[in-house]
Write a protein that binds this ligand. Structure first.
Ligand SMILES: [Zn+2]
Length: 116
């Protein structure tokens, strides 16, 4: 486990997330594929929003269990809040938005979100 800092493009939204980056999901659902999201999931105790709560705009679709939170200044979705299938709270951190991450070196786990 390592604690990374990350956030949106303009720097308004900043957070810390602790993860081993073991599972980074490449999901084929309509939203992830269009946005190019690479979510990795952490429990809320491993996520700390440092700034930008006021700048978050929510987007929901389909079953509306995930709050896709984009910065209203730059439009980047650096994380999302949602619930795991068992109902527990989860934070989906967009691995693309972590500082110092070489996206090409990540091992991606395919997820067939299109059929959910
Ligand atoms: Zn921003």
């Amino acid at each position: 486990m390592q604690t990374y800092q990350g956030g949106c493009h303009c720097g308004t939204v900043r957070y810390e997330a602790t993860t081993d980056l073991e599972t980074v999901v490449s999901c084929n659902c309509s939203h992830c594929s269009k946005r190019g999201l690479l979510p990795t999931f952490v429990t809320p105790d491993r996520f700390r929003l440092l700034s930008g709560e006021d700048a978050l705009e929510d987007y929901q679709f389909n079953r509306k269990v995930i709050h896709h939170l984009r910065c209203r200044h730059c439009g980047i979705e650096s994380f999302a809040r949602g619930k795991a299938p068992d109902g527990s709270e989860m934070v989906a951190v967009n691995a693309r938005c972590l500082d110092g991450i070489d996206v090409g070196s990540l091992k991606l786990t395919p997820f067939n979100g299109r059929d959910f």
